[in-house]
Design a protein around this ligand. Sequence first.
Ligand SMILES: [Zn+2]
Ligand SMILES: [Zn+2]
Length: 317
Amino acid sequence: MASCKRGEKRRKDRSASKMEETEDSTEKKGRTRQQKKYIGAHVSIAGGIWKAVEASVEMGGHSFGLFLGSQRSWQRPALDQTAAAKFQQACTQHGFNPTHILPHGSYLMNCGSPKEDVLSKSQAMLVDELSRCSVLGLTLFNFHPGASIDSSKEQCIERIAEAINHAHQQIPAVCTVLENMSGQGTTVGGQFSELKSIIDRVRDKTRVGVCLDTCHAFAAGYDISAAGGVKAVLDEFDQVVGLHYLRAVHLNDSKGKLGCHLDRHEDIGRGQIGISAFRNIVNDPRLDNIPLILETPGRPGFEYDDQIKLLYSLCED
Ligand SMILES: [Zn+2]
Ligand SMILES: [Zn+2]
């Protein structure tokens, strides 16, 4: 199957007139697997946040991830209104729906920290991140739940849920999306049951979800590389958390072996997970219509555009 076919079609859609858009929506029922899959990559905001949209279009992405500010600093300048307007314009122009854009939270944040100062800075940062989403017209916000350090996992989970509830009170509408972790160190969220425990404590269940990172899941011990593994892991996710909470997937192969608890991403098909798991992922109808975002190294000769093409070529109808 011509892997670029979908890219060409969507690019046409993006510049389509109103009449064509209507035609497109009447076609919806007959959409192919490729057209139901929103594959993209984490893109840079260097030079202005709207550049993320352009970079996504360039690489043939139909969804994307991005940071909403510097990853190095707790104190970040407010989002520039003009830049935010340009970002929204670019999204509209290129046909990116907010539900296919998944901002990633700052790595500095630990909403489960037992340390007073880190916790209060993290709580404030979560509010700030959600407010940035609002300004950009975005509806999802993905972050790493947190780490317990020298406290118990239960206490950590309580603090994370409190931070989410607090942020929900401050900022309306944006959905907080918890990422599953590799189980490295004292991080919480390696086990699906831990994500569920956080969700259980969030008051507004319509504003909490999960982003399933394939590398993290594999490193945490969920064997998506086995025959039938993707199906089995999604079934388990459905039983433990509920598939209706699944808002996104991070598509990453893993340098480390099954259950290694290391968070080390590899290019698609070049790690321990292997290509057949990704074929199963792009063909699973339960993963239709949600962002599937690459966060791989993208080595020379196998960059994001190549990996996006490869993934679309694996779609079987
Ligand atoms: Zn992440
Ligand atoms: Zn991830």
